[in-house]
Ligand binder design. Sequence first.
Ligand SMILES: Cc1cc2nc3c(=O)[nH]c(=O)nc-3n(C[C@H](O)[C@H](O)[C@H](O)COP(=O)(O)O)c2cc1C
Length: 180
Amino acid sequence: MDVLECIKTRRSRRKFLNKEIPEELIRELIDCARHAPFGGPPKKEPQLWEFVIVKDKGIKEKLALDYEDRQFVKEAPVVICVCADKRRDPNYKEWEITCSLAIENLLLAAHALGLGACFVTTFIHHEGHQKDRKNLIETLDLPEYIELIALIAIGFPDPSEKIEEKELRDIDEILHLNKW
Ligand SMILES: Cc1cc2nc3c(=O)[nH]c(=O)nc-3n(C[C@H](O)[C@H](O)[C@H](O)COP(=O)(O)O)c2cc1C
């Protein structure tokens, strides 16, 4: 698939076929994720991303919490939990930015490989949901130096899913020339 077409046709998918994802596809997703830009010299140190691959039904159920609109997480064959090792960027703390670039690579790669995926929040900045965030962190057994950034639910997309049409903001509305 052409890269521009891939970018423009990717949509979040929340309904999956009951079909396992082959291991080599998961490794390909992580390979694409790790090719994203990262802050710092092209050495290993600033590559702070870490990926926890969850296939266990019990763990997926816990990651779905008890929100109705999040239950698709437990139906996904795989949930990739994207984390940052904070020890690798102690000064700039650009954990979320770095991981977000890897996540978009992963979402686009999933689409190109015929998979469907959806970013699922871990409530980083939701003050009212810190108990939920704590639950997620405990479920994944994350040490304190690992920051949980996002969950990515992935599977082969169920073609019966109804995808709501997307309304994008106009280019001229978001484009500013030279200054605000
Ligand atoms: C920061 C962020 C958090 C999101 N959290 C959730 C979530 O918790 N649950 C969910 O179903 N989708 C979540 N999404 C997916 C968005 O709902 C989706 O990307 C948006 O509606 C645009 O649709 P598209 O991905 O099909 O283009 C999240 C996306 C982002 C970027």
